[in-house]
Ligand binder design. Structure first.
Ligand code: NAD
Length: 434
């Protein structure tokens, strides 16, 4: 008999029970829609995704058994271009989580003014419990099950929690194998975040962290705050968290606290993010790193620091965490890390919040560069990618500040307002068929 994926679940240390990300996204949308006086018809369209796909597919394990996996792809909106968004491999993946994340992708692409819409997908399982060959078969079976529901001009996935450039290459290769022989090269851009060898872009791996650091730099300039000598803590030390830490340390900031799914660490003297990355590459977690002492989740949130960067999963910062935090600014590397109630507490306490759809949009921006390079059969130099990204992130950051100032709203609402204005304009021009 078939079994379902990931029988044993590794729980985060003393993590609180999560709420519903989609509900949180709706609260954020409602606030911005009110601030903007959004056309109610556009609001109606945006309040639900266009398509929600659920697939159950069997995969042969290394020992010959078949296990049944549940995969999803949510396509939120495509008025501005193909659906775009990551693929998540995690045991807590759910339809409502992906609906929230897919909507965030719609806002993010529109905010950055790139010709993409929003989507998100995933498989509900724990990738840490599977061998490389099982992960390859799971990824390929998932891609095959999605079939023509994805495509270079229809829906373009990318990496997210639990997925890597290697997995994106398996998606590309599988998709190529059910495309016509003459189209193989043209469909390369069915997915972004690939390895450079297989058509990825230089700079994509670091892009989300780099974009985050550009936002922090802009924030510091506005606040006349010196990042050289600043301290920061990071929750989640995967792609986003580790790159943010490495790039911030290059600017003279010190990592004094870190945590992931296995536990939390602190060292007031600082940790070396490069050595910590090597440790994580070898062991899969920050746990056991010699250059710091283990602390509890509660102690982590109460650490003295200038910047706090959530870069793990959504809904990690509730009222308790918001009261405990001792930072000057919360920089949302992760998608949807903060509950609305926590946001109100942070505002009362004078802690700035730089919102996810702005802060982590460097990833989708360089994904767009990768998609463009593939479309034109070009290869851009790393320097070109980094320069373009920095320019684009700084410009968008300043737009968000301007709108926040003009409308007297918080940064999140300002970012939503910019995105929703662009989407609403497209609907006003095009209407709906028939
Ligand atoms: P990743 O899989 O590379 O890393 C995730 C990290 O979070 C790991 O260190 C993991 O141990 C940690 N983690 C998982 N569960 C945890 C828990 N319960 N408590 C504490 N830590 C936990 O993922 P990533 O790509 O770095 O993504 C991190 C966040 O950034 C996600 O919210 C993702 O949606 C968002 N994001 C990623 C990108 C990208 O380009 N990868 C782009 C935009 C946004």
């Amino acid at each position: 008999m078939a079994q379902t994926g990931s029988q044993s679940i590794v729980a985060a240390p003393a993590a609180p029970k999560k709420g519903n990300l989609y509900d949180v996204t709706r609260i954020q949308l409602d606030k911005a829609a009110k601030a903007l006086n959004l056309d109610p018809d556009v609001y109606t369209i945006l309040s639900q995704p266009k398509n929600e796909l659920i697939i159950n597919f069997p995969v042969r394990m290394d020992d010959g058994r078949y296990i049944l996996f549940k995969g999803y792809r949510v396509q939120h909106n495509n008025i501005l271009g193909p659906y775009k968004g990551g693929i998540r491999y995690h045991e807590e993946v759910s339809l409502d989580e992906l609906k929230g994340l897919a909507a965030a992708m719609t806002w993010k692409s529109a905010l950055q003014d790139i010709p993409f819409g929003g989507g998100k997908g995933g498989i509900k399982f724990n990738p840490r419990l599977h061998s490389k060959s099982e992960l390859e078969r799971i990824t390929r079976r998932y891609t095959h099950a999605l079939g023509n529901n994805i495509g270079p001009e229809l829906d373009v996935p990318a990496p997210d929690v639990g997925t890597t450039a290697q997995m994106m290459v398996w998606i590309m290769d599988t998709y190529m194998n059910f495309s016509g022989a003459g189209e193989k090269n043209a469909v390369r851009r069915v997915v972004t975040g690939k390895t450079v060898t297989s058509g990825g872009s230089y700079g994509r791996e670091a892009a989300t962290g780099q974009g985050l650091v550009t936002c922090v730099t802009e924030w510091a300039r506005n606040r006349k705050f010196n990042l050289n000598g600043a301290t920061f803590i990071v929750q989640g030390f995967g792609n986003v968290g580790s790159w943010a830490a490495k790039l911030l340390s290059k600017m003279g900031a010190t990592l004094v606290g870190v945590g992931d799914y296995k536990g939390y660490l602190a060292n007031p003297e600082g940790m070396n993010p490069h050595k910590l990355s090597e440790h994580v590459a070898h062991t899969g977690s920050v746990e056991g790193y010699k250059g710091a002492r283990p602390i509890s989740r509660d102690e982590f949130f109460a650490l003295e620091c200038d910047l706090f960067i959530p870069a793990a999963l959504e809904l990690e910062i509730d009222e308790k965490e918001a009261r405990a935090l001792k930072c000057k600014v919360l920089v949302e590397g992760a998608n949807g890390p903060t509950y609305p109630a926590a946001e109100a507490i942070l505002a009362e306490r004078g802690i700035d919040l730089l919102p996810d759809i702005l802060v982590n949009s460097g990833g989708v921006t360089v994904s767009y560069y990768e998609w463009l390079q593939n479309k034109r059969s070009e290869r851009w130099e790393l320097e070109e990618v980094e320069t373009r990204l920095e320019k684009q992130m700084s410009r968008t950051y300043r737009q968000v500040c301007d709108v926040a100032e003009e409308r007297k709203v918080d940064y999140r609402t300002a970012a939503y307002v910019i995105a929703l204005e662009r989407i609403a304009k497209a609907y006003a021009e095009r209407g709906i068929f028939p």
